[in-house]
Unconditional design. Structure first.
Length: 338
C-alpha cells in the first residue's frame, strides 16, 4: 500500500556514496533522512557502471572495490534507519514555508522535508539506448533498461545486450531463473571484471547461456509485446532470437534533468554553492559531491564526504531552529550516543 506522504527531516536526492554518507552525518545529529534515486538500487555510478573498479583514495583503505565501499556505507547508516524511493525521479519541488518543502517524484511519491540535499553525482543518470527503430514502442512491453524485479524474468527467454559489468552480472544472475538467456556483445572481449568474463565464457561452453559475440542489435519485432530481436554480425549476417524481454545495458548518461529547472545558480551543468555549508542560492537546498562547483573544487569522493559533514551541521539549524548544536566526537561517544 502506497503511503500518501513521507515526512522526514532531509530529502537526499542521490544514493551514491556521498548521498549515503550524508545519512550518517545527519543521523549523528538526530535528523531523519529519505533518499530518492532514479536508479533501482543504491550506489549511483559506482554500483551501476564500475562496481569492480578499485578506489585508492578512501582513508584507511589502501584499495577498496567500488561496490565494497557502497556496501560498507549502507552498513554504516543502518543504525539511522533511512527510507528510500528508488527507481524514481524528483520532478517537482514546492516551498510550503520558510522551513518546509514538498517534493514529488514521477511515481507520485510525495515527500515533506525541512531541507533538500542534492547529491546526484553528475546528475540524473539516463540509460544509453541502442539506435533501433521503434524501440520505444516496446519500452515497458518487453524492453527494459534496468532490472527492478528479478522475479518477472522467471521462466522467460531473455536477451541482454552489453559488455560491461552490469551486462555480465545480470546474465549470470538471471540465468538462474530464466528459461534462456542470450548475451549479445559487439566485441569478442568484455569490459567487465576478468573473473566475471571468464565465468560467462565457461557458462557458454556448458550451454548454460547463449553467447553471441561480434554482433549488434538490429531490429525489434512484436505486436502488443516484444516477440523477437534481430542481431547483425560484422559480416552483415542476421540472426533472429525469439525472446520475451530485451535488456540493453550500455551504461548511463549523466544529465541534470529536472534539477536544471529549479532556479538554482548553474555553471556548466554544475550547481554553484557557498563553501561555508555547501548551500545553494535557494535557502534550504544544498548541493554536495560532483554535482556542485566552487573555486578549487575537486571531484573526489573524499571531498564529497567533507561537504556532507559541513552540510549536516547547517541543516541541523533548519531542522531544529530552537536547539543548540553541540559538536561531539564519535571516537569518544560512539554512534549510539548521538
Amino acid at each position: 500500500m502506497k503511503i500518501d506522504k513521507i515526512v522526514t527531516d532531509l530529502c537526499i536526492i542521490g544514493a551514491g556514496p556521498v548521498g549515503l554518507f550524508s545519512v550518517f552525518e545527519a543521523g549523528l545529529l538526530k535528523m531523519r533522512s529519505h533518499i530518492v534515486d532514479v536508479l533501482p538500487q543504491v550506489g549511483g555510478q559506482l554500483s551501476e557502471i564500475y562496481p569492480q573498479k578499485p578506489i585508492y583514495d578512501i582513508p584507511g583503505y589502501p584499495v577498496i572495490k567500488a561496490q565494497e565501499l557502497i556496501d560498507n556505507l549502507v552498513e554504516q547508516i543502518k543504525p539511522f534507519s533511512p527510507t528510500y524511493s528508488l527507481g524514481e525521479l524528483v520532478q517537482e519541488i514546492v516551498r510550503i514555508d520558510d522551513h518546509t518543502f514538498i517534493i514529488k517524484t514521477n511515481e507520485n511519491t510525495t515527500i515533506e522535508a525541512k531541507a533538500i540535499i542534492i547529491a546526484g553525482g553528475l546528475g540524473c543518470f539516463e540509460p544509453r539506448k541502442p539506435n533501433i527503430e521503434q524501440l520505444e514502442l516496446y519500452e515497458g512491453k518487453g524492453v527494459s533498461y534496468f532490472v527492478k524485479n528479478v522475479e518477472q524474468y522467471a521462466n522467460k527467454e531473455i536477451v541482454i545486450a552489453g559488455g560491461g559489468d552490469s551486462a555480465l552480472d545480470w546474465t549470470i544472475e538471471l540465468s538462474k531463473i530464466a528459461k534462456k538467456v542470450s548475451l549479445v556483445h559487439r566485441n569478442n572481449s568484455f569490459r567487465g571484471a576478468p573473473d566475471t568474463a571468464n565465468k560467462i565464457f565457461e557458462m557458454a561452453k556448458a550451454d548454460e547461456i547463449n553467447l553471441i559475440l561480434g554482433a549488434t542489435l538490429h531490429k525489434v519485432v512484436g505486436t502488443d509485446h516484444l516477440e523477437s530481436v534481430h542481431v547483425m554480425n560484422h559480416k552483415g549476417e542476421a540472426q533472429i532470437i525469439k525472446t520475451d524481454a530485451l535488456i540493453p545495458l550500455f551504461g548511463l548518461t549523466p544529465k541534470l534533468g529536472p534539477i536544471a529547472e529549479w532556479g538554482l545558480n548553474l555553471d556548466s551543468n554544475a550547481i554553484q554553492v557557498n563553501t561555508v555549508d555547501y548551500s545553494t542560492n535557494i535557502p534550504g537546498i544544498y548541493a554536495i559531491g560532483d554535482v556542485n562547483t566552487y573555486p578549487g573544487k575537486l571531484k573526489l569522493i573524499l571531498s564529497g564526504f567533507h561537504e556532507a559533514a559541513l552540510m549536516a551541521q547547517s541543516a541541523f539549524k533548519r531542522v531544529f531552529p530552537d536547539e543548540k548544536l553541540t559538536f561531539k566526537y564519535t571516537t569518544v561517544y560512539g554512534v549510539n550516543a548521538f
